[in-house]
Structure formats: structure tokens, C-alpha cells
Design a protein around this ligand. Structure first.
Ligand SMILES: Nc1ncnc2c1ncn2[C@@H]1O[C@H](COP(=O)(O)OP(=O)(O)OP(=O)(O)O)[C@@H](O)[C@H]1O
Ligand SMILES: [Mg+2]
Length: 248
């Protein structure tokens, strides 16, 4: 087994002709949870989008590897099937599609075979119970009247059901009330228990979710690069002092 689960090597990427990622390196080993913190505009969402092969960004240099396999040129659907997961934040309402229907499609794509509605319903109920979510959630239609917190919980459900190799969670904790934050943090730890090899990259602005998680590494991202890596204590330094000393 390759313990180097996910490697990003000297990644450079541009959007609209402007370079945003400027030589980014990050290696996530099996079972690790990495946190990326960085000021607004440092390129965190660009990194998440680029790792999922968003057409908005052009990679000019560097490699991305999943279990040693070079995925840099793979399109989004192939990456998703291989087990790279980016919490899908539904910018628009997808009317008429229920949570169950959406998950059925995503699980079938991930497994490469048709997953039955019953199977999806069964896993969904089990996970909602595990995460302390209201069962009526499964019947709801995507984004129709979902609050911000409900969308975030839905992302954790997706991650639990899709069992990715590596999950990128971009600001999954933003705008959450205390209860929802606990659900999300517990969800992340439950998914790790279920699949101990999963690698997670969590982008956040807040130290508080780190207190609820068992974090391996904290990275500071400034201007398209990781400029410092440490343990959870690094987030406390940030909370107290801000990004001043790392900004150029
Ligand atoms: N498609 C694009 N074309 C041109 N510039 C872009 C594009 N996407 C992002 N940018 C710019 O790249 C920079 C990084 O944006 P990004 O959204 O990755 O930052 P971020 O670290 O996620 O910030 P935040 O903490 O506010 O979420 C910003 O200056 C942004 O305006
Ligand atoms: Mg962002």
C-alpha cells in the first residue's frame, strides 16, 4: 500500500490568464487530516477547484498524484470515480431532484455500477442516524429552501456515502451554528472511523472546528503557496496574531 495517498507537486494554475497557484506543494498520507488556512484571495478555493479539474483554471506546471498515479490530466468525472471528492455546494437549485436521487446518481458513478434506490435509502438512513440528522431531510429537494447549515450537512452526507479516497472540504464550517458545526465535525470523524485510510483536506478560516477534530497538519497558504506547515498549535498562533508575519 502506498502511504503517500495524495501528492501535489509544484502546482501552478491560472484563471483568466492570471497566475493564482504559484508552485504549491502538499502531501497527504493515508488517514491524515490536513487543514489549510489563509487570507481571503490566497487561492484556497482555486486549489480545491483545480484539484477537481475545473475548466475555469489552466494548470501550467506541476503534478497531482493519487496513490502514485498521475491524475493531473484527468477530467472531473474520472477523478470523482477514482475517489477524489470535492464537496459540491450547489450554486443553483436543482429543482425536482431529491437528496436521494442525487446521491443515487453520484454513488452509481463512483461505484461504476447502478446502485439501487433501496440501497441508497438504507445507507442514507443509517448515516443520518449516525450524524443525528432529521430523517425528513432525505425527502427534501436539493437546495429548495436548504439553509446554509443544511447544505453543509448535506456535503458531509455525500462524503459519507461516496467513501472517497481523498476529500477536499472548502469552508465546510463557514456560517454554521454551534449544533451544525458539531454535526459537521462529528461527521468528519465518523467518516474517518468508517474508512481509516481517507485523506481529508479541510479549508477553513476558523480555529474553532480544529478543537473538534483530530488534525494532523495545519498549513498556511499565502499568495498561491503553502508558506508554513505545523501542527494544530499553528492555528492558535494565527488566531492570536493573524497572518501579518507571513504576508509579503
Ligand atoms: N476564474 C478566475 N479568473 C481570474 N481570477 C480568479 C479566478 N478565480 C479566482 N480568481 C482570483 O484568484 C484569487 C484567489 O481566489 P480564491 O477564491 O481561490 O481565494 P480564497 O483563498 O478561496 O479566498 P477566500 O478566503 O475569500 O475564500 C482572487 O484574487 C480571485 O479574485
Ligand atoms: Mg475560498
Amino acid at each position: 500500500m502506498n502511504s503517500n495517498l495524495f501528492e501535489i507537486e509544484d502546482l501552478r494554475a491560472s484563471g483568466d490568464g492570471t497566475e493564482i497557484l504559484k508552485g504549491l506543494n502538499l502531501t497527504v498520507n493515508e488517514g491524515e487530516l490536513h487543514v489549510i488556512m489563509g487570507p481571503n484571495g490566497s487561492g484556497k478555493t482555486t486549489l480545491a477547484s483545480t484539484l477537481m479539474a475545473s475548466p475555469s483554471y489552466v494548470v501550467s506546471k506541476g503534478r497531482v498524484r493519487l496513490r502514485g498515479e498521475d491524475v493531473t490530466d484527468w477530467p472531473t468525472d474520472v477523478r470523482a470515480k477514482a475517489g477524489i471528492f470535492l464537496a459540491f455546494q450547489y450554486p443553483e437549485e436543482i429543482s425536482g431532484v431529491s437528496v436521494i436521487q442525487f446521491l443515487r446518481q453520484a454513488m452509481s458513478a463512483r461505484k461504476g455500477t447502478e446502485v439501487s434506490a433501496l440501497e441508497v435509502r438504507f445507507s442514507l438512513m443509517e448515516w443520518m442516524d449516525r450524524l443525528g440528522m432529521d430523517p425528513s431531510f432525505a425527502q427534501r429537494h436539493l437546495n429548495q429552501g436548504f439553509s446554509g447549515g443544511e447544505k453543509k450537512r448535506n456535503e458531509i452526507l455525500q462524503m459519507a456515502l461516496l467513501e472517497p479516497e481523498v476529500a477536499i472540504l472548502d469552508e465546510t464550517d463557514s456560517g454554521l451554528d454551534i449544533d451544525a458545526l458539531n454535526v459537521v465535525a462529528r461527521g468528519i470523524e465518523e467518516v474517518r472511523k468508517q474508512k481509516p485510510t481517507i485523506g481529508i483536506v479541510l479549508v477553513t478560516h476558523y480555529q474553532r472546528i480544529l478543537d473538534l477534530l483530530s488534525v494532523d497538519k495545519v498549513h498556511i497558504m499565502i499568495d498561491g503557496r503553502i508558506v508554513e506547515t505545523g501542527g494544530p498549535e499553528l492555528s492558535q498562533v494565527l488566531e492570536a496574531e493573524g497572518y501579518g508575519k507571513w504576508k509579503i
